[in-house]
Design a protein around this ligand. Structure first.
Ligand code: TYM
Length: 329
């Protein structure tokens, strides 16, 4: 059976981008593959959270994973920092990752721009730890959103380089994965770019319905098309992308036809979109509230995952150390 690895940074509540880019695939994959889903808490240190924020966010994401439908009996769900083998594999992989290629990574350049006061080495070597996350369990498939495509390309490069260096087909070369045709990018409501935790343009699984409605009604639009069948500007395309993931095909087609006939009323579209998002998130939100107060259950899930993930990681690390040439006397 093929192995799957994916993770999410605990830097805030999960939003619709995380759900439709990643978690939705996790739910189906856990039934079909050997899955490892983790909370990337080492990775989240690149933004220097306080100890309280770190723990609170890890707990929240774990509760949200479970509320969204991740099954700890079917998949291995764990905290990255519970598996120190990942840190050791990162050290080893760092030796074959070159400064130039790390500096050229788009996510590094973006982050360096966003937090010029904190361009730490962890940001630079972020793709190396990501490779360690994936390779430690010999994953073949990695369900991620479109924004992670380049990081995945780096993992593939590092895996291939390790294999060539030691003349050993040890690592599989993992593929980014989505059940649809291509990787997904969920836009924000601010008219451009993607929905992101730090961009203040997200709708969260745990968000209360009133707040969702307010955000959707405030989304950027324009004065409407004047020519039939005209191309949609970015902000309008984004609303349709959201409609496409949360609403029925009939609803999507209805508003699309209205747009094409220059009869669109954005107020109606937004009202429907808000309603469909709320219908989708409300049951998840209820489960989040329920699970996040159940610390005993969360602890049990984390301990179970730690044990299973550790077994797999320890085996890989032992083999990698042997391949590299570490020998005991
Ligand atoms: P992170 O925490 O930023 O996001 C978690 C997952 O959500 C996806 N995602 C989106 N997908 C579509 N549209 C969006 N607007 C959107 N925003 C976020 C991301 O693509 C991701 O799949 N580096 C990773 C975490 C990570 C990881 C890994 C992932 C660490 N190690 C190993 C896979 C395998 C990250 O920062 O994701």
């Amino acid at each position: 059976m093929e192995t799957v690895v994916s993770g999410i940074r605990p830097t805030g509540n999960l939003h619709l981008g995380n759900y439709f880019g990643a978690v939705k695939n996790f739910l189906r994959m856990q039934k079909e593959f050997n899955c490892f889903f983790f909370i990337a808490d080492y990775h989240s240190l690149t933004t220097h959270p306080t100890p309280e924020d770190l723990h609170g966010n890890v707990k929240q994401v774990l509760a949200e994973y479970l509320a969204a439908g991740l099954d700890p009996e079917a998949a291995t769900i764990y905290l990255q920092s519970d598996i120190p083998e990942i840190a050791e594999l990162t050290v080893l992989m760092n030796m074959n990752a070159y400064l130039g290629e790390l500096e050229r990574t788009t996510s590094f350049k973006d982050k360096a721009r966003q937090q010029p006061e904190n361009v730490n080495a962890g940001l630079l070597t972020y793709p190396v730890m990501m490779a360690a996350d994936i390779l430690i369990h010999h994953a073949q498939k990695v369900p991620v959103g479109k924004d992670q495509e380049q990081n995945l390309e780096m993992t593939r490069k590092f895996a291939g380089r390790f294999n060539r260096m030691y003349n050993n087909e040890y690592f599989d070369i993992p593929q980014p994965f989505n059940y649809g045709e291509s990787l997904v990018k969920i836009p924000g409501l601010d008219g451009s770019g993607k929905m992101g935790k730090s961009d203040n343009n997200g709708i969260y699984l745990a968000e209360d319905p009133k707040s969702i409605q307010k955000k959707v009604m405030r989304a950027v639009t324009d004065s409407g098309p004047t020519e039939p069948n005209s191309e949609k500007p970015e902000a309008i395309k984004n609303l349709f992308t959201l409609l496409d993931v949360v609403s029925t095909k009939d609803t999507y087609d209805y508003f699309n036809d209205k747009y094409n006939a220059c009869e669109i009323r954005y107020g109606d579209l937004k009202k429907q979109l808000a309603e469909d998002i709320i219908n989708f998130t409300a049951p998840i939100r209820e489960r989040i509230l329920d699970i996040s107060s159940n610390t005993d259950y969360l602890r049990k899930v984390a301990n179970m995952g730690k044990e299973k993930a550790h077994e797999s990681a320890a085996k890989t690390l032992k083999e990698v150390r042997e391949i590299i040439g570490f020998r005991s006397f």
